[in-house]
Design a protein around this ligand. Structure first.
Ligand code: ZN
Length: 175
């Protein structure tokens, strides 16, 4: 559940519903939309876990479009592009960062870290986690553990993400 409060009175304006706990929430730059990200309780044995991202109309409390699905674990962080409220970046415990086009409800790109599931990763995959220390030439520059924070520079060009691998990665959002 996401509660939207009047910041002066702390009265609840809209209760916005997910079907699992909410891990992240943010407003679009001009305040017209709200995004929220779901993720079940740790250890949940529920079959249909809600890792969705939902977009809401901040004026009416109505959900906009269908939930965005694609993350395989909790959506720990999300933020709108400062100069384009139709673009959202999300970070997840599934170790990926995703860019979304909200006008078409599609995932534009997924940033994956060192893993055997990532074809760009040239680390030795005989072990987990990947031995990046021994393979510094691996071209992958993304998280090998849970992503816990995402941020966008005010100019909209640079994306930053932080994770349980003790790293912050900064990426040019144009590439
Ligand atoms: Zn690698």
């Amino acid at each position: 559940m996401v509660n939207v409060y009047d910041a002066k009175t702390f009265e609840v304006k809209w209760p916005l519903g997910h079907t699992d706990p909410v891990r992240s929430v943010c407003f679009s730059p001009c305040g017209e939309k709200i995004a929220s990200g779901g993720g079940p309780h740790i250890g949940s044995t529920k079959i249909n876990k809600d890792f969705s991202i939902r977009i809401w109309d901040a004026k009416t409390g109505e959900q906009i479009g269908s939930p965005l699905r694609g993350h395989g674990d909790a959506v720990s962080s999300l933020v709108f592009k400062p100069d384009d409220p139709n673009v959202l970046v999300t970070g997840s415990w599934d170790k990926t960062v995703k860019l979304w086009d909200l006008s078409t409800s599609t995932c534009l790109s997924t940033m994956r870290g060192h893993s055997k599931d990532n074809e760009e990763c040239t680390c030795k995959h005989g072990q987990y986690p990947c031995d990046y220390e021994a393979n510094p030439d691996c071209p992958v520059r993304a998280h090998s553990e849970r992503v816990t924070a995402v941020a966008w520079s005010p100019c909209g060009r640079w994306l930053a993400s932080g994770g349980d691998d003790c790293m912050v990665y900064v990426k040019d959002a144009k590439t």
